[in-house]
Design a protein around this ligand. Sequence first.
Ligand code: NCD
Length: 372
Amino acid sequence: MTTMTKPSTVEGFSHTENDTMLSWPDFEALSPKEKGQYYLTPEGNMRILIHSQQLNRELLDHLLELAELIRSSHYNDQLRRYVRSLLKEKSCALYFTQPSTRTFTSFSLAAQTVGMINEEIRDAEMSSLYKGESELDTLLTLAELVDMVIMRQGDHSLIERFAHEIISRGLSTRIVNGGSGSEQHPTQALLELYTLVAHFDLNNTDETFNVGIVGDLKRSRTARSLSYLLALYPQIKHTFIAPEELQMGDDLTEYLDENNIAWEKTEDMDAVLPKVDAIYMMRIQDEYGDTSEETRKRYGEYNLTTERTQNLKPSACILHPLPRRTELPIEIDADPRAMYWEAVNRGKFIRIALLLHMFGKDDIEKIQARAY
Ligand code: NCD
């Protein structure tokens, strides 16, 4: 067992500096919130982001404000130059062994925007994994070489194991989860939330706001991460719309119960469409296990057709993490309520904010002073 200096504590937790780092089995058994206390820099900034539950409302609001500042002054040359200087000594590796277009490009551009040097591993056959190296060893190699690893892979436990190794070894490498199995995709949740907050006043009202989440909820990391993040807003109700066999896991609804958040599970999409303020569509996640023909057929009944959009509130917002299949026809892109392309654009800015925060370069006043 390795001893280490603990990072500072977060709300509700206290550890002394002389605590010993937990063994992997003990660490693995902690809840994401409990793990989060180990995922901080000595100054209290997040340095490892794996689960949406690690964020509290204060940090979320801060990231949204910073993202908006950078986005709104993106064409201000002076600010752009300043932002580019902020992490110019830092390097990052994008380790993506699952397919990705948006998340990969968005992180890659975000890292370049703040001046970081990027390396990428996308093809296992071109890395030492092909020679039989374990993925953990590949990641530990990257951790020795770069300041930050941004990763996407099919096995959620790998990122947790990697984080534990980094902490045990006293390394300061930052880690960001760009999608881990069917469990988590916290930065996708951040960009959906950023889009919602840009269009709805979620901060100054306690009026119920109903978010419908539709599709393969059982295997969608984006649905899970968003739901965890939305749980920071007590007035948001979560309506899970899916055929029985693809419904949201009980672990997530138990978390909502623990946090006094209202939720409902339903198979009847048409009954709830007129009641939702935002709708989040999911594709079928057939890379995670077999999907029977019967399930595929039932899933097809949950497509958001143009006829169905007529039953949505005029003020409703339509989101989708993309890529899409048949659940969201391209015709809907022209609907003013469709906000998924805008969300892609916002993704880069919330990721810039996150990178700056993780390296302690997120002083809003200081950055703002450079904008004018
Ligand atoms: C999602 C993912 O990879 O989980 N895509 C994304 O990052 N925008 C959604 C999906 O693949 O269905």
